[in-house]
Design a protein around this ligand. Structure first.
Ligand SMILES: Nc1ncnc2c1ncn2[C@@H]1O[C@H](COP(=O)(O)OP(=O)(O)OP(=O)(O)O)[C@@H](O)[C@H]1O
Length: 252
């Protein structure tokens, strides 16, 4: 293992190329901090998450988590996705339909050989309790509502004790009431996990409600960054102004 001294949380400079598109973003996230990633279509939000998860190898830069280097192309060092202490909840990658809810949550622990079957099931049940899903273990994902399925996906991502949590549009597919409930639930739950958290969203209300800090991407680079309230008050770019301008009526 390659180690960097005294660096808690995520420290990254991500440089990836996809054809003519290049993403070059530097990003630090402290343990327990929630950072919202916003930006127009094609800005590079999903590419950033994919690179941090190890699904898109860096062309240049470095990814380190709590001092452990996960990707360092200059040193020819790359930790495979399944060996990274990273939890992901991607929109198009929710739950395994053929597994029970409990086995979905236990999956990561079993696949990484972190626990016996019995211990993995017990850990899964404990996470379901924490997600307000006591008793849902034996059910199949098809019988869950959207909000319940999102919480199971979150439990699955958290059960392995990730030090980095990547959430891609975790609230996008939900109706308004479920969305408000889950947003409040995530706001209360995420910092307590102690993981560095990145949340990609298109929604300024979700961003302001979930994140301690926002990073705005545009054309593969950081266009603005700061606390949601500061960005809303003094928008540094037109996109940020439009973003929070559009949110204003809902807050009145
Ligand atoms: N699998 C891929 N192969 C090649 N190019 C890709 C691939 N996925 C994305 N791209 C390109 O990379 C650039 C960044 O896309 P990315 O999906 O990271 O942006 P995004 O900010 O997540 O956009 P959106 O809000 O639309 O999801 C775009 O120019 C896109 O066309």
């Amino acid at each position: 293992m390659t180690v960097q001294e005294g660096a808690a949380g995520l420290r990254a400079r991500v440089v990836v190329g996809r054809g003519a598109f290049t993403l070059d973003v530097a990003l630090d996230v402290a343990p327990g901090e929630v950072v919202g990633v916003l930006g127009p279509n094609g800005a590079g939000k999903s590419s950033l998450l994919a690179a941090l998860a190890g699904l898109l190898p860096l062309r240049d830069g470095l990814v380190a988590l709590d001092g452990e280097v996960l990707d360092d192309p200059a040193a020819d060092w790359f930790v495979e996705p399944r060996h990274r202490p990273v939890g992901v909840v991607f929109q198009d990658y929710l739950l395994f339909r053929h597994l029970s809810v409990r086995d979905n949550v236990a999956f990561g622990l079993r696949a990484r050989r972190l626990a016996s079957r019995r211990d993995a099931s017990a850990t899964a049940d404990a996470w379901l309790d924490r997600m307000d899903l006591s008793g849902f273990g034996p059910r199949r994902p098809a019988t869950l509502s959207g909000g319940q399925a999102q919480r199971v996906a979150l439990a699955r991502a958290l059960a392995t004790g990730p030090r980095l949590l990547l959430l891609d549009e975790p609230l996008a597919a939900l109706d308004a009431t479920t969305r408000v409930d889950l947003r409040a639930f995530l706001r209360a739950t995420l910092p307590a996990t102690g993981a560095a958290v990145l949340v990609v969203t298109h929604d300024p209300t979700d961003a302001a409600g979930l994140a301690d800090r926002l990073v705005i991407l545009d054309a593969g680079a950081v266009a603005a960054a700061g606390r949601p309230a500061d960005l809303a008050e003094n928008p540094p770019t037109r996109y940020v102004a439009q973003l929070f301008g559009a949110a204003a009526p809902e807050r009145r």
